[in-house]
Design a protein around this ligand. Structure first.
Ligand code: ATP
Length: 835
């Protein structure tokens, strides 16, 4: 596995660049060898000898190359291999970085190189003796120095060349000579001052050493004394208080326990503590303490404090005979370990590596955006840059007369020009007159669920349906309330992060609400995603994977919705919150409300049962398209009914699908579910189906989403929080510890037969017989011919009604099913009897 990774991780272009670097390195090594083993006796470009054996380790070619380089550059020939390697490295290593070249800087560097190289060779030619038979500055240095000597003195030429050299190094390497001189001066002055003060310093040090150890010793001594005094005081107070209240109980405890080293019958806690302190104090006696090991002291004191008198005695015996408050710990611990809601500690808290982007980088990115826009003839100025964990938003002020639509239509071209995976154009920002470009960051950060769940907004939200979705573009948690939505439609292609998103919503619900406030029905046609929640006490029924059961579950929800509506009407409240408040108030007043819908005979009881608090119900469907396909029209009908009315009854839907097509997200469903979340989709059309506008096709996948809040036409970009499977498992296991689910059997038990039909629902078989039915029967039995068009013509009705009539005739056995090549039907009923 790792081997194959090693072998295949370069792209074709990268392979070529890599080979380029290797070849340059070999050339550099070859030239170095040739230069170092150069012999003037070898035949070369400037020497014509005949020798039996060439001395140069580069052979004939090496001798030639070395000769030419020495001839041209003199001593500086030794720099040539270094330059080759540096150039190859700069150009071929990470070539992508070179795409964003700063041309001014590059030109200055080239000028710097020329200055440095030429002035060095001229200086060498002037000041260094010839090297073998070559001038030390080579041809370049010689020509340059000689031509300058024609105009200036030797000293002046040297000065001029030195000036060029210093300027050249500054331009080439960005090296600041002024700072160097400044630094040197400063350090020299400091050094001089230090040397001057050295005798005084040594004197002071010698004096201080003895004083210091004395005062440190005394300081620590005082600190520990204070600490001890405080603790002793606290414990004495505690013991006095306890001894007053519990002397008797403690005596009983002591009797029941086998004190191995203390058998005093009247051993009171108070004295035990005092004795312990008396024993401990000498142990902490100041001159016996090792000052280097403060922890040890701390440990002793903590032990003493944490084990109060009763707990110190390890109970091995039965304490049931004791009063409750005198029993050691067991019950207390057991009660406190199970908190009402899971702890955030169950979730991973990854070490986040932040990649802070400097202002300079942001500014240059902004300039790059402006330049690229100009290439497309869009004049715009970046007025604000907002870096976030996943994307960076560039707010643009368009030049007067520029159209927003021009920018929007160039999304793909801009992405290509900016080498970005995708670019999203936000053509409207509420409250601002600018537009924005959202560009993905090079390093994408993952938003972990623990970060966003652990926020004040989530904690302080009162709604039991509070959920976190993730973080907004600036990294702040996005907390939403399902109760306000009141239903949610989630769509995105496969792998866009839908399931993780749904898990994140479910986990946040589990972090907010207990089963008393929230119950759930989970429908999972894929049989994989939601099964993990099986067994949590919030479930109303086991996770539904069979689509027939799913239809029954929806049907049950409609029934429950109707029942709740009646209850609300009877009690005279407008919604579930009002109902729960009324029930609570009546219970507190000692006059609980009785079920107004109960009728004698409904149950074995003689009077109506008391009304209880009703939880909200959340129905989650992962892969809602599958359900629509299998259950058909009925599913749409049931969902629409719930979506239309269930808000007041406290029933909420979360529907997720990976097929955002119009046959799944029908107009009817869309009209009733105004809150949507779009993860990445494959086309603009899909985006329009979900959000009513484009944009979701430019998302980055992996949890990147557009959230359309209820009652708003503006989607908000949210980076979905990531929740790993093992985190979900932990939360589920934690809830399972608190209790078993109480499944309602009738949710799945229903059959789509007449008994189960809900108010207003019609059985498929019992379609209302058309008013014209009898007349049509008379007509066809007489004519002995049947066709949709003939009925249409005769009764002047539309095609649909005529077709429905034909179906009804077949269902009633008046005509046969279509048969034969022409799909003709026979009239089975006898002709009418004529009188
Ligand atoms: N918020 C997120 N942050 C980082 N990575 C994520 C996030 N959400 C999802 N991913 C990554 O994307 C992958 C696919 O996510 P997920 O399984 O939720 O997609 P999906 O849309 O449900 O796909 P399918 O429809 O095929 O089930 C995950 O395995 C995960 O690695």
């Amino acid at each position: 596995m790792s081997n194959s990774k090693l072998l295949n991780h370069l792209s074709a272009v990268q392979k070529l660049f890599e080979v380029g670097i290797i070849i340059s390195a070999f050339i550099a090594i070859f030239i170095t060898l040739s230069l170092f083993t150069f012999s003037p006796n070898d035949p070369s470009w400037s020497q014509l000898h005949w020798v039996a054996e060439i001395e140069n380790s580069g052979g004939k070619v090496g001798a030639w190359i070395a000769d030419i380089l020495f001839f041209t550059f003199g001593f500086l020939a030794y720099l040539i291999p270094v330059m080759i390697v540096s150039l190859a490295w700069m150009l071929l290593w990470k070539p992508k970085l070179k795409l964003e070249v700063d041309f001014l800087n590059l030109s200055l560097r080239i000028v710097g190189f020329i200055f440095t190289f030429f002035s060095l060779s001229a200086l060498a030619a002037l000041n260094i003796n010839d090297y073998m038979e070559y001038t030390s500055g080579g041809l370049v240095g010689e020509v340059l120095s000689q031509s300058m000597l024609g105009f200036f003195s030797l000293l002046a030429v040297n000065l001029i060349l030195l000036t060029f050299l210093v300027c050249g190094t500054t331009l080439l390497f960005g090296f600041s000579w002024i700072r160097l001189i400044d630094g040197l001066g400063e350090h020299t002055l400091k050094g001089l001052a230090w040397i001057r003060n050295l005798p005084t310093l040594i004197k002071e040090m010698l004096e201080n050493r003895s004083e210091n150890s004395e005062s440190r010793y005394q300081e620590k001594q005082q600190k520990l004394q204070d600490k001890l005094e405080k603790r002793l005081e606290k414990q004495t107070k505690k013991a006095q208080k306890k001894s007053k209240q519990a002397v008797e109980e403690v005596e009983e405890v002591e009797e029941a326990i086998d004190f191995s080293d203390d058998n005093e019958p009247d051993h009171e806690p108070r004295f035990e503590i005092d004795e312990a302190e008396d024993e401990q104090t000498p142990a902490l006696h100041l001159d016996r303490i090792d000052w280097g090991d403060d922890d040890k002291t701390e440990e002793i004191v903590i032990d003493q404090e944490e084990e109060p008198e009763v707990a110190k005695v390890k109970p091995k015996t039965d304490f049931s005979h004791l009063p409750e408050h005198a029993r050691p710990v067991e019950r207390f611990v057991a009660d406190t370990t199970i908190a009402p809601l899971p702890s955030i500690e169950l979730l991973d808290r990854p070490d986040k590596k932040t990649n802070p982007v400097s202002q300079d980088e942001l500014n240059s990115a902004a300039r790059l955006v402006e330049t690229k826009l100009l290439e497309f003839k869009i004049k715009a100025e970046v007025v604000n840059v907002l870096p976030g964990p996943v994307i960076t938003r560039f707010e643009l002020a368009l030049a007067p007369g520029m159209k927003v639509s021009t920018v929007s239509s160039l999304e793909k071209d801009l992405a290509r020009a900016l080498s970005a995976m995708s670019v999203r154009v936000v053509d409207q920002i509420p409250g601002k007159s600018v537009i924005a470009l959202e560009l993905p960051n090079r390093h994408r950060e993952i938003v972990y669920i623990s970060e966003v769940l652990d926020c004040k907004k989530f904690e302080e939200s009162k709604s039991s349906l509070t959920m976190v979705l993730g973080a907004d573009i600036s990294g702040l948690p996005v907390v939403v309330d399902l109760a306000k939505m009141p239903h949610l439609l989630v769509a995105g292609t496969t792998g866009s992060g839908k399931s993780v998103g749904v898990n994140c919503m479910l986990v946040s619900l589990l972090y907010k609400s207990s089963p008393e406030d929230l119950r759930m029905i989970l429908i999972d046609p894929k049989m994989l995603e939601l099964n993990v929640y099986e067994g949590i006490p919030h479930l109303l029924t086991e996770v539904v994977t069979d689509m027939k059961d799913a239809a029954n579950a929806l049907r049950w929800c409609v029934g429950e919705m109707e029942r709740r509506y009646k209850l609300l009407a009877e009690i005279g409240v407008r919604n579930l919150a009002g109902y729960n408040a009324a029930v609570k108030k009546a219970q507190a007043a000692g006059e609980p409300l009785l079920d107004p819908l109960w009728k004698p005979g409904d149950s074995m009881a003689e009077s109506a049962p008391e009304l209880e608090k009703l939880p909200v119900i959340v129905v989650v469907v992962d892969e809602f398209a599958d359900m629509m396909m299998i259950v058909g029209k009925k599913c749409e009908e049931l969902i629409t009914r719930i979506a239309q009315k269930a808000r007041a009854a406290g029933i909420h839907l979360i529907l997720a699908t990976q097929r955002p097509s119009v046959d799944v997200i029908t107009g009817l469903i869309k009209a009733n579910i105004p809150t949507r979340i779009a993860f990445q989709v494959s086309s603009k059309i899909d985006s329009r189906t979900i959000l009513g506008q484009q944009g979701a096709e430019t998302l980055l996948g992996h949890g990147d989403m557009l959230y359309m809040p209820p009652g708003s036409g503006m989607p908000t970009r949210v980076h979905g929080a990531f929740v790993d499977d093992h985190e979900v498992h932990k939360v589920v296991a934690d809830w399972k510890k608190r209790g078993q689910p109480n499944y309602v059997q009738e949710i799945l038990a229903g059959d789509a037969d007449l008994d189960m039909l809900l108010p207003g629902e019609q059985s498929e078989g019992e379609e209302e017989i058309d008013a014209l039915f009898d007349e049509v029967v008379a007509f066809i039995t007489e004519t002995r011919k049947v066709s949709i068009s003939s009925i249409q013509r005769k009764f002047r009705i539309g095609y649909n009604r005529s077709a429905r009539l034909v179906d009804q005739l077949q269902a009633q056995g008046v005509i046969s099913a279509p048969s034969g090549a022409n799909s003709n039907r026979d009239v089975l009923a006898p002709p009418p009897i004529k009188d």
